[in-house]
Design a protein around this ligand. Structure first.
Ligand code: 11C
Length: 336
């Protein structure tokens, strides 16, 4: 039996990746509908060998829709997701709007698939922020082994996380540097070409950025509320793939060998070991891949039970579309 699936935000980076992921993974669909704002209505998007005409989200009746995969802006989700859920659909929402709602599960299948059961409360499941997803996938087997106490993470995030206009800004500025006519920043606060920007999303009252705050609170909700997280999020001139250098302090004894043994073969992880020919991987090498790649696992001798590692993932796939489709797969397999 197949399902009726709607993709909201179908014209965006993540929406298009959601459609591609559904076909690649042979998700059991009978019918797929592409939805977006009235501005994008009428445009076409690919779904496998087919083309879908985007329909106007504001006018769409969700009756008969089983699953909605959604990645518009947070304000759009706030309005439409309860409407879709009231019509009987389960909404898997990639925006930040519902993530911290206690009645909405925040799910990374490799870490807390059990939480999906709570979708019944509101008919909504939240997909975490991309930089949180890749970090908690890597932390999960280590937490099971030695209990994570504190994490200090520095991210190196690609421009695709900020949308298609952000990718165009990096492209046009990079070309413009050589032509002596680089356009001024519009999406980002500063020039992104040949630069790095220590601000992702807006500043909050305590001078943390919202992206940093998301990593703190989402990690607690998904993995363990006792974990302390200090996050530093930085935008880098990379098109696809977020990277993070992660420093972890554990409750119990752990060393690099034990950690690598736990990471090797853990769900969703590819461990790149120092002893292998390829010592580490970079975002450019893993764009289009599903797994979280962990490398440079080593001890931090400045603290008791400390480790460092480097982790990289495709932010549009595991960081967004793939994670949402994996949730949908569990939903149809175990709950529908
Ligand atoms: C970025 N992580 O790289 C952001 C994009 O809360 O889902 C995702 C924002 C979110 O800009």
């Amino acid at each position: 039996m197949g399902y009726k699936v709607a993709v909201v935000g179908a014209s965006g980076n993540v929406g298009r990746e959601m459609l591609a992921t559904l076909t690649e993974r042979n998700f059991p669909v009978d019918d797929v509908v592409a939805l977006a704002s009235s501005r994008s209505a009428g445009r076409e998007v690919s779904f496998g060998d087919d083309t879908l005409k985007i329909q106007d989200l504001a006018k769409y009746d969700f009756k008969g829709t089983d699953i909605v995969l959604s990645s518009p802006g947070a304000k759009v989700s706030a309005e439409f997701a309860p409407r879709a859920a009231a019509a009987g659909a389960v909404v898997i929402d990639n925006t930040s709007h519902f993530r911290m709602d206690p009645d909405v599960p925040l799910v990374v299948p490799e870490v807390n698939a059990y939480a999906i059961a709570d979708y019944k409360k509101k008919g909504i499941i939240a997909n975490p922020n991309c930089s949180t997803i890749q970090m908690v996938v890597a932390l999960k087997p280590l937490h099971d082994l030695a209990i994570v106490k504190r994490v200090v993470v520095s991210t190196y995030q690609s421009v695709s996380g900020a949308g298609k206009d952000a990718m165009d800004e990096l492209f046009n500025q990079t070309r413009g540097v050589f032509m002596n006519n680089a356009p001024a920043p519009e999406v980002f606060t500063k020039t992104i070409a040949f630069n790095v920007i220590p601000q992702i999303d807006m500043f909050m009252d305590d001078h943390m950025t919202k992206e940093e705050w998301k990593m703190v609170v989402e990690t607690k909700k998904i993995l363990d509320p006792k974990i302390k997280v200090c996050a530093n999020c930085v935008r880098v001139p990379v098109f696809i793939g977020h990277a993070a250098m992660v420093n972890v302090e554990f409750e119990n004894d752990i060393d690099a060998t034990m950690a690598k043994r736990a990471l090797q073969g853990a769900p969703g992880i590819t461990l790149i070991d120092l002893e292998s020919e390829m010592e580490y991987v970079t975002p450019a090498e893993i764009a289009g891949e599903d797994n979280v790649f962990v490398s440079r696992v080593r001890e931090d001798v400045t603290v008791e039970n400390g480790l460092n590692f480097w982790c990289v993932a495709d932010n549009l796939r595991k960081g967004a579309a793939l994670n949402a489709v994996q949730i949908a797969e569990i939903l149809v397999r175990e709950y529908m």
